[in-house]
Design a protein around this ligand. Structure first.
Ligand SMILES: NC(=O)C1=CN([C@@H]2O[C@H](COP(=O)(O)OP(=O)(O)OC[C@H]3O[C@@H](n4cnc5c(N)ncnc54)[C@H](OP(=O)(O)O)[C@@H]3O)[C@@H](O)[C@H]2O)[C@@H](O)CC1
Ligand SMILES: [K+]
Length: 507
């Protein structure tokens, strides 16, 4: 599991540890780890550190200090190191002295700095770290636009990325590798920040941190959360997932949601809706009923909404009336936005919402208006979907708080937020999942995990993880496009992948 902590948590842990250690110890630990990664990267690129060209971009804080000390260590191994000072009067004095003593040179002119930057074998981005506010300042912006021949290593956080949220206000410096200290930061795991961070490496510096609110699951965590039938299991004990999906207009959504549900570990899938005939023809193992959730037999969790069309209103009302977990997706979310959070107020079983950012915008507007069906204000401007996408963590949390439900916000970096504050970010996503029907598969899969007894947080984060992995497996060649049905078909490979990696010694 990758655990990410907020800046205030890191600062508190740092202060507690620094009170017990000689001054400068933590920065030295950070710089040693940073220099080791840089040396490995240079050796991979050029065969050796000696003679390689290194540029240190140093800002005014300790982030610049880390970079200058690491630059000094590389200079001692024979690298030709230039330090570009973005705030010359406030550069980290001891770090600068160390660099000079090791033979590094200092560059103050931007033109020279940019020329060095563009031809360097390796650039250390120490402009700003967890003390940063806002995007890159004007003096640093040309580096974000400049061409580069070598590898860019961000120190702790790519400069310009908000460490707590992954938001980028204006420009940020794109890194190939980020070396972070003490813990991951949420902004390194959540887009757009994550897309600036490249490969993220953690250097331990001995911080004692509280339990993390934001985590990214890894194979071993997911393996531990997969429902595995015991010897005594029957289909009811394994869970029956009810799928209320599809309509005359969108029969395909029913098939895709059922395809996902069949591979999520529930013991049986019960389909209700107008596509019953197509469903049973394609999936003879599914139980089917025409009509709505109220008249269907026993289920342990409902999935309602994919391709629901005009039937979504009734399906949602009937599913929410059942005292079992309910996953609401697609047309079910549009209907829920119309009703507002009051529609969930009487529920005691959990609810899981799976919006993309467009649906999130409608849900938030519905929450602010008290539901347009409820005759509330109705006048608030719905938040724009792209603004919500740029602030994914905050959006998921706002929705979870407003609806008192677990929210899986889809998109580049799927974020799952529990109303209690816990957040999981998905590390397996791929942009090829932005394909028609892929959300229907995800809804079925997550609903199946709910029916099998997983909590909404676990069901949603495990489903997102397997779904992303399946999309990678489904591609004929790495990075090739995939269809939603291929993703559903590859779910068992993803499942096996997770289990076998977790079974390996040392996992
Ligand atoms: N915590 C730990 O355990 C350890 C932390 N360590 C390291 O310390 C780093 C944190 O150092 P820090 O606190 O000095 O802050 P830092 O990020 O260097 O920047 C603050 C300076 O930048 C400025 N500034 C602000 N915004 C800006 C912007 N957008 N663009 C440009 N400049 C901007 C602001 O000045 P201002 O101009 O606003 O007065 C201020 O002077 C951390 O990321 C890690 O690398 C390790 O050494 C070991 C242990
Ligand atoms: K940085």
């Amino acid at each position: 599991m990758r655990s990410a902590h907020r800046v205030d948590q890191v600062r508190a842990a740092e202060a507690a540890l620094m009170a017990r250690l000689p001054g400068g110890t933590l920065m030295q630990r950070a710089a040693v780890g940073l220099a080791a990664t840089c040396a490995r990267l240079l050796t991979r690129r050029r065969g050796r550190v000696y003679g390689s060209r290194v540029v240190v971009l140093a800002g005014s804080g300790d982030n610049g200090g880390d970079a200058l000390y690491a630059g000094a260590a590389l200079a001692r191994r024979g690298a030709r190191v230039s330090a570009v000072l973005l705030a010359p009067a406030r550069a980290h004095a001891a770090g600068l002295a160390a660099l000079r003593a090791a033979g590094g040179r200092v560059v103050l002119e931007q033109e020279v700095g940019l020329a060095d930057f563009s031809r360097a074998d390796l650039v250390l981005d120490g402009i700003v770290g967890i003390g940063g506010k806002g995007g890159l300042r004007p003096e640093a912006q040309p580096y974000a636009r400049a061409g580069r021949a070598g590898v860019v290593v961000a120190v702790d956080v790519p400069s310009g990325v908000d460490a707590d949220t992954g938001e980028v206000a204006g420009a940020a410096l794109r890194a190939d590798v980020t070396v972070c200290f003490g813990t991951y930061k949420p902004g390194l795991l959540i887009d757009p920040g994550a897309s600036y961070a490249g490969a993220v490496q953690l250097v331990g510096i001995g911080l004692e941190l509280p339990a993390a609110e934001v985590v990214a699951l890894q194979h071993a965590d997911v393996a531990g959360l997969l429902p595995v039938p015991g010897a005594e299991s029957d289909k009811y004990r394994r869970g029956v997932v009810g799928v209320a999906a599809g309509s005359a207009r969108y029969p395909g959504a029913a098939l895709l949601a059922v395809a996902g549900a069949l591979r999520g570990g529930a013991g049986a899938v019960r389909y209700v809706g107008t596509a019953a005939e197509e469903v049973v023809r394609r999936f003879p193992e599914a139980l089917v009923t025409e009509g709505g959730p109220a008249g269907a037999g026993r289920v342990q969790a409902w999935v309602v909404g994919p391709g629901g069309g005009e039937g979504a209103e009734r399906a949602l009302a009937e599913a929410l009336a059942a005292d079992v977990p309910v996953l609401v997706d697609a047309d079910g979310l549009t209907e829920l936005a119309r009703l507002g959070p009051g529609a969930l107020a009487g529920r005691t079983a959990p609810t899981l919402l799976t919006p993309h950012t467009g649906e999130a915008a409608r849900l938030l507007a519905g929450a602010e208006n008290g539901g347009s069906a409820g005759g509330g204000g109705g006048g608030a401007r719905p938040p724009a979907a792209d603004e919500l996408a740029a602030a994914r963590l905050g959006t998921a949390r706002r929705l979870a708080a407003a609806y008192r439900a677990t929210v899986l916000l889809k998109g580049s970096t799927t974020v799952v937020a529990d109303p209690g504050g816990a957040v999981r970010v998905n590390p397996t996503g791929t942009s090829w999942l932005a394909t028609a029907g892929s959300g229907d598969v995800l809804a079925g899969l997550a609903g199946s995990l709910l029916a099998a007894g997983r909590s909404p947080l676990d069901a949603a984060s495990v489903a997102a993880y397997l779904h992303g992995l399946a999309a990678r497996h489904a591609a004929a060649t790495p990075g090739a496009p995939v269809t939603a049905l291929e993703v559903a078909a590859a779910l068992s490979t993803a499942w096996n992948d997770v289990r076998s990696a977790a079974a390996e010694p040392g996992a």
